[in-house]
Design a protein around this ligand. Structure first.
Ligand code: OAD
Length: 232
């Protein structure tokens, strides 16, 4: 069995990392057009660095939860049976990896990596970023940015993601509001391909009506229950 799992901020919510669109979510307190667009970075890079530096520190202080660990178990046990978990996340945190997941597709990039706008080098980066820092590769200052995908940019790995979706036996969306494309469109694509679909979320998402099945509740309860069912 090949499972395609798409995760969003809801999977890390119980680890203490905020979601974007809840009442007190990140985008209710911060302006995404200022902090999560190439134009916003060009206009005020220091403000963008401050926002992501804080998020990088919050991530380092957080720990994976039962939902992350359950997905690791699913990956391991499916592989032992000749199956596969394709874990595609919109999250820029590293909690799936720290829970032991071996293969994670970060379609929106990773907060623990930096991208140099001068030479294009992408590298691990766990420290704060700042405007005056020089790229260790090309030596030029002012070009380092968080290696995350912003609004208006193309997510990473779309070809591999599309290929994995086409060959999946089950599509599961976990902890995502279904409001940001292209990820929000995966359920419609899976439906067109005749692949069974399931939504696992705290509440119905914006695209809830497109799923064949749904499981609502906190991810630390629903994801382990789902994994037990899939492996049972
Ligand atoms: P959102 O904040 O839009 O949605 C999070 C979803 O998780 C909501 O539907 C919540 O109901 C649900 N949720 C909250 N707590 C939960 C819990 N404990 N268990 C299960 N579900 C829970 O976050 P995403 O859908 O991930 O992109 O957002 C998608 C993209 O929008 C992000 O990757 C980011 C953001 O702007 C960029 O920055 C480009």
């Amino acid at each position: 069995m090949k499972v395609f799992a798409l995760t969003g901020a809801g999977v890390s919510a119980e680890s203490g990392l905020g979601t974007f669109r809840s009442v007190d979510g990140l985008w209710s307190r911060f302006d995404p057009m200022r902090l999560a667009t190439p134009e916003g970075f060009a206009a005020d890079p220091a403000a963008v660095h401050e926002f992501y530096n804080l998020r990088r520190r919050n991530m380092a202080a957080a720990a994976p939860n039962a939902a992350h660990f359950a997905l690791t178990e699913l990956e391991t046990r499916l592989e032992a049976r000749g199956g596969e978990l394709f874990l595609c996340t919109q999250n820029i945190d590293d909690l799936h990896e720290r829970a032991g997941s071996r293969r994670v597709w970060h379609m929106h990039g990773e907060i623990a990596r930096a991208l140099c706008l001068h030479c294009g080098t992408r590298r691990d980066w766990r420290e704060d970023l700042a405007v005056g820092l020089a790229c260790p590769r090309c030596g030029r200052a002012g070009g380092l940015r968080p290696d995350v995908v912003w609004f208006g940019e193309v997510p990473y790995g779309m070809e591999e993601i599309e290929a994995a979706l086409e060959t999946a036996d089950l599509f599961v969306a976990i902890g995502t509001s279904g409001s940001v494309y292209p990820a929000a469109g995966f359920v419609a694509r899976a439906g067109d391909l005749g692949i069974p679909t399931m939504e696992v979320n705290l509440e119905p998402s914006d695209v809830a009506g497109l799923f064949g099945e749904s499981l609502y509740g906190p991810a630390t309860e629903t994801v382990p229950a789902l994994v037990a069912r899939l492996l049972g």
